[in-house]
Design a binder for this molecule. Sequence first.
Ligand SMILES: Nc1ncnc2c1ncn2[C@@H]1O[C@H](COP(=O)(O)OP(=O)(O)OP(=O)(O)O)[C@@H](O)[C@H]1O
Ligand SMILES: [Mg+2]
Length: 247
Amino acid sequence: MPAEPLIVLEGVNKHFGQLHVLKDIDLTVARGEVVVVIGPSGSGKSTLCRAINRLEPVQSGTITVDGSPLPAEGRALARLRADVGMVFQSFNLFAHRTVLDNVTLAPLKVRRRAKADAVRRGRELLDRVGLLAHADKLPAQLSGGQQQRVAIARALAMEPKAMLFDEPTSALDPEMINEVLEVMQQLAEEGMTMVVVTHEMGFARSAADRVVFMADGRIVEDRVPEEFFTDPRSDRARDFLSKILHH
Ligand SMILES: Nc1ncnc2c1ncn2[C@@H]1O[C@H](COP(=O)(O)OP(=O)(O)OP(=O)(O)O)[C@@H](O)[C@H]1O
Ligand SMILES: [Mg+2]
């Protein structure tokens, strides 16, 4: 049975003024698939994630999530945006709210969940990322790795159909990277559809179904990880891999 497409980009172009940052992007992510996006700085990886979530408008092409084209604005957009959870390099937690509040606020306000349900579900999610004991703390009382796991729990609380991660571990101290990658690995194993921008090649090898290599706003390679890492076809990818694998 062919995999059912969940996120589909067709002929997507994005300009910032004169700068053409996404060039004719065609990308399909099937339900349950994990796609790792890599590429040099400035190649358009973050813009791609932000376009999928409509944090950035695009000038041409179509982007659909679960069959619906992304609406330009309004309530329908808010709903669709909530279908795609996003986790950034900076955790952006609400500093003056507890960890549990951070996880329950959006379900209460956007999804209009009953308080008791949101709290129960929030506690389950905190348990899942190993942080239930920290539910009543403020974000600043947690380590960076713990805060990023709260950010993941917060995104999951909206029951997204897919999750986008934009370099979720690159602001973390080395000893905290694995605890975040483990949560992501587990999510991948549970069948979450994920698009992950990362320089963590171990994660790409172990969790990704496909690696998408971008350079200068284009998708240059779109391959299964083992093939990509052992036999990159393009000079750009070979050059990039030699830099990140031997630094
Ligand atoms: N808001 C903006 N206004 C103008 N130019 C932008 C804006 N955001 C990004 N750009 C430019 O678009 C290009 C792609 O940026 P993007 O952040 O998507 O790259 P990236 O692949 O995520 O890079 P990095 O690995 O450094 O995070 C870059 O040339 C960047 O300078
Ligand atoms: Mg980026």
